[in-house]
Design a binder for this molecule. Structure first.
Ligand SMILES: C[S@@+](CC[C@H](N)C(=O)[O-])C[C@H]1O[C@@H](n2cnc3c(N)ncnc32)[C@H](O)[C@@H]1O
Length: 261
């Protein structure tokens, strides 16, 4: 992921983005001020970060079934869990932002595409103790470690489904009345990302949020992000560089924000 174009995009984002002070929309100001910029350490983060520490030392070797765009750092099919933990998991700062967003929007169901070892799944589950997380992972051996991890954390409200997003997402969408929280964190290809977006959109609720990871990861992902923002139903987007937030709130003049994170 670390290439010159990515670094240039990052620098451009730093210069063109705002903090909470440049934001006039009350909804976005509150979201940035109270949730996105809430960097206080929370007790609830502790156990998940301890689980991450365990994964970063886990020397077991697993066989990776890669159904997505794949890692640009290590494409060996056999990987140590610790290598996967180091390269594929959201860093704490971002995983904790996902926690705060889920806690704030408090959906009955949060859908995650891309469980990997279950770190963000655990954060989501802890964020909505009365809700349920449905998380999809295509690699059976990775999912097995995630399941172990969630069990060790005592998490009971996460439903881990093993299979391809392309097959399981339509089933999940059919089974839900509305979608309030969808986090797309896998298969970072332009067409796939747009397919997942379009599949979710008809059921995305007025108060719903979709989160896309790695919107600057490649030219294809940047194009996908642009198309998502341009979609007529999207009324608000927040580009945090590492992730992008999408809303279809009615009565909102279409606006796109770039926020420094
Ligand atoms: C970046 S990782 C997810 C990280 C995780 N959300 C976290 O930070 O804790 C992406 C995961 O998506 C899975 N994946 C990618 N494409 C997929 C597909 N088409 N179907 C199912 N799983 C897929 C990969 O196996 C990988 O484990």
């Amino acid at each position: 992921m670390l290439n010159l174009q990515f670094a240039a995009d990052y620098i451009r984002h730093r210069f063109s983005s705002k903090t909470r002070h440049g934001v006039h929309s009350p909804f976005v100001y509150k979201l940035v001020d109270e949730i996105i910029y809430d960097f206080h350490a929370k007790e609830i983060y502790h156990s998940v970060e301890q689980a991450r520490e365990g994964l970063l030392k886990d020397e077991r070797v697993i066989t990776i079934t890669d159904l997505g765009a794949g890692s640009q750092l290590n494409t060996n099919r056999q990987k140590q869990v610790k290598t996967l933990a180091k390269n594929a998991l959201k860093p704490a700062r971002l995983a904790q932002l996902i926690y705060r967003l889920a806690h704030y929007f408090n959906p009955a169901t949060a859908i995650e595409l891309g469980t990997c070892l279950g770190i963000t799944t655990a954060y989501l589950a802890k964020a909505i103790p009365k809700g349920n997380v449905i998380s999809v992972e295509g690699c059976p051996q990775t999912a097995a470690v995630a399941a172990e991890n969630l069990e060790n954390l005592g998490i009971k409200n996460a439903d881990l489904r093993v299979g391809n997003f392309d097959t399981l997402l339509p089933e999940i969408i059919n089974s839900e009345e509305v979608l309030d929280f969808v986090f797309i964190d896998g298969n970072h290809r332009k067409e796939a990302t747009l397919d997942y977006f379009k599949a979710c959109l008809p059921k995305l609720s007025a108060n719903g949020i979709m989160i896309f990871d790695d919107i600057y990861w490649s030219r294809g992902m940047k194009e996908a992000w642009q198309e998502i923002k341009d979609h007529p139903r999207v009324t608000l987007s927040i580009d945090l560089f590492w992730i992008g937030l999408v809303f279809v709130r009615p009565g909102q003049v279409k606006e796109h924000f770039k926020i420094r994170f």
